[in-house]
Design a binder for this molecule. Structure first.
Ligand code: FAD
Ligand code: DHB
Length: 402
């Protein structure tokens, strides 16, 4: 079966779904193809912190209503080390900006519902997806759906298929430059059926390893502990996880309340960038192009920033025939991508216990923590990165503009 559209979007994660929604609202046609089932995509627990710019984009895309009702707006975080908590008042340090705690699962559910409601094409459980025709400028996506083979011809392919997708690998090593770093640790995350023991997120550095107390709602807690990347989830009983959380998060006069564990999984940590993010008519967005370790809570926010730039460029292109936005897409995104790479690496090295660090490295790490906790200038730098720098402007321009 053969069909034609303007934009073929591969992947229905946050990047692909939001791109589809932004294009649909501006009258650009797209078909979204997803390898997994709707249930799987809507249940996959991942990120939870939305930058203010991300919430603004979701609102403008017409999918902000439940987020505004159920999301938790946080104006600060706690840094905890040596058994003491240090509050970083992010809103105060950034002229009133804040983050919203709202699970990626919920963002995805809202986007799927919006797309299905307007009747725009979204196909789950597509297999054997492959992209072709780039060299001839006749892009096509071939896939199998409901046991029949399909061919989707298009003007542009948006590769929103995550780190393990097919779009980036279709480009090959002669087209892409790749930068990568692996870390000697991973995160074991749990979702717990218990009210959070804190009003704002706690990022804790402890000699036994990093721990994070986050949340999903006034009744659901999300917590993480640093583990070895080779570790297996079966080796972590619920009791062992809570015991470790008590030790690593401990602080005078503060108590952690335990509850039933609803889900647990281990996430490896990696930094990765593939450049350029565009080759001919294939545009990479989100995790398909770059990965950050989760400590800075940037992965989902970067995916949203990429597709905001891409949607704008595509609307301009299909409206006026202009190539300018498309030509600038990769460079515009990469400024923000590299800022988030640095911030995520910095948060990760400041907060984790590196089994490979020497004594000198550990003292440097301690000095950095004390600096952020004790200096308004250092805390402001952390805060403006955490709540999110302006979506598109390069950082240097934002500074010169005041
Ligand atoms: P994805 O969400 O990966 O979506 C890609 C989609 O493409 C998926 O639905 C996938 O099934 C589909 N797909 C893949 N291959 C194909 C194919 N061949 N054909 C069609 N479809 C395909 N970020 C944070 O900020 N905080 C966190 O705590 C956090 N935790 C994470 C935990 C895990 C296990 C992972 C993997 C990531 C985590 N992230 C976190 C990062 C964040 O979730 C991602 O940055 C975000 O999901 C990126 O969105 P995306 O749409 O680019 O990619
Ligand atoms: C969550 C994840 C993060 O990576 C982070 O830095 C903060 C919170 C979360 O899942 O809630």
């Amino acid at each position: 079966m053969s069909e034609r559209t303007q934009v073929a979007i591969v992947g229905a994660g946050p990047a692909g779904l939001l791109l589809g929604q932004l294009l649909d609202r501006q009258g650009v046609e797209a078909v979204v193809l997803e390898a997994r089932s709707r249930d799987y995509v809507e249940a996959r627990i991942r990120a939870g912190v939305l930058e203010q710019g991300t919430t603004e984009v979701l609102r403008e895309a017409g999918v902000g209503e439940r987020m505004d009702r159920e999301g938790l707006v946080h104006g600060g975080i706690y840094l905890r080390f040596d058994g003491r908590s240090h509050h970083i008042p992010m809103s105060e340090l950034t002229g009133g900006r804040a983050v919203t705690i709202y699970g990626q699962t919920e963002v995805v559910k809202d986007l799927v519902a919006a797309r299905l409601q307007c009747g725009a094409p979204l196909r789950f459980e597509c297999s054997d997806v492959e992209v072709d025709g780039l060299r001839q400028d006749e892009p096509v996506v071939r896939y199998t759906h409901e046991r029949s083979e399909h061919e989707l011809r298009c003007d542009v392919i948006a590769g929103c298929d995550g780190f393990h997708g097919v779009c980036r690998t279709a480009l090959g090593a002669d087209v892409l430059n790749v930068w990568e770093r692996e870390y000697p640790f991973a995160w074991l995350g749990i979702l717990a059926d218990v009210a959070p023991s804190t009003d704002e997120l706690i990022y804790a550095q402890h000699e036994r390893g990093f721990a994070l107390h986050s949340m999903r709602s006034p009744l659901l807690s999300r917590l993480y502990v640093q583990v070895d990347p080779e570790d297996e989830v079966e080796r972590w009983s619920d009791d062992r996880i809570w015991e470790e959380l008590h030790v690593r998060l401990a602080s005078d006069g503060w108590e952690l309340t335990e509850g039933p564990v609803l889900e647990k999984s281990i996430t490896p940590m990696r930094s990765f960038v593939a450049e350029p993010m565009r080759h001919r008519s294939l545009f990479l967005a989100g995790d398909a192009a770059h990965i950050v370790p989760p400590t800075g809570a940037k992965g989902l926010n970067l995916a949203v920033a990429d597709v905001t730039v891409l949607a704008e460029a595509l609307v301009e292109h299909f409206g006026s025939g202009s190539q300018t936005g498309l030509d600038e897409y990769s460079d515009r995104c990469l400024v923000r991508v590299w800022r988030a790479q640095h911030f995520s690496w910095w948060m990760t090295t400041m907060l984790h216990t590196n089994p490979e660090a020497d004594a000198y490295g550990r003292r440097l790490q301690r000095s950095q923590l004390e600096y952020v906790a004790g200096s308004r200038a250092a805390a402001t730098s952390m805060a403006e990165n955490y709540v999110g720098l302006p979506l598109i402007k390069p950082a240097a321009k934002a500074l010169s503009d005041g």
